[in-house]
Write a protein that binds this ligand. Sequence first.
Ligand code: ADP
Ligand code: ZN
Length: 215
Amino acid sequence: MRLVILGPPGSGKGTRAKIIGRIFGYPVVTTGAMLREAVAAGTEYGKIAEGYMKKGELVRDDVVIGIVEERLRKPDVEEGFILDGFPRSVNQARALDRILNKMGAILDVVMYVTAKPETILSRLSLRRSCPKCGAIYHLKDILPKVEGVCDECGSKLVQRDDDKEAIILHRLEVYEQQTFPILERYERLGKVREVSGELKIDEIPGEVERVLKGL
Ligand code: ADP
Ligand code: ZN
């Protein structure tokens, strides 16, 4: 199964991607996390990506496409994968077609996650993340067992620079302008299945099974 998860920042793509990965046993390829790792490690790609990410802009297509292409060459994704956060521009969607073509594979589904603007803003502004393992918390809905400390690895939780109010609003604009338009092309191909980003976490597995049944 080859799946793309698409939706605005804060719609819950990452949470859903992890659940789907767990249910079906396919690797989740998360460009945001890969880029943050590259920045933390100070690689060439990371140095380029950092400036864009801080501002809430999309990282240059050639960089992101390069990272994804490299990742999809690994043997663990031969049977399937879940793309979380890619493609995010028309150029990236074209690149994905090309990459899949080379693999002799097709994309099965684009899962389109929608959520109300209030939900998105609350999720992003109250989100706290673990800088080490990437685990995500929310000051009201998903509290860690010990305040400010990651349940998974014990690191101190932080607010991502791009989860500050002004940058959040810009990321939403970037989504509308650059990412939303790629839905149309997948709609024409009949690949899109819309799901609600408003569901509670424990409601997601049931919905996923229903939407992806038969794949
Ligand atoms: P969110 O989906 O909440 O915006 P992500 O962790 O997916 O959070 O992305 C954070 C940032 O990483 C984006 O604002 C962007 O700068 C960069 N990024 C992630 N994926 C891509 C991509 N496919 N193309 C360009 N930039 C990306
Ligand atoms: Zn952690």
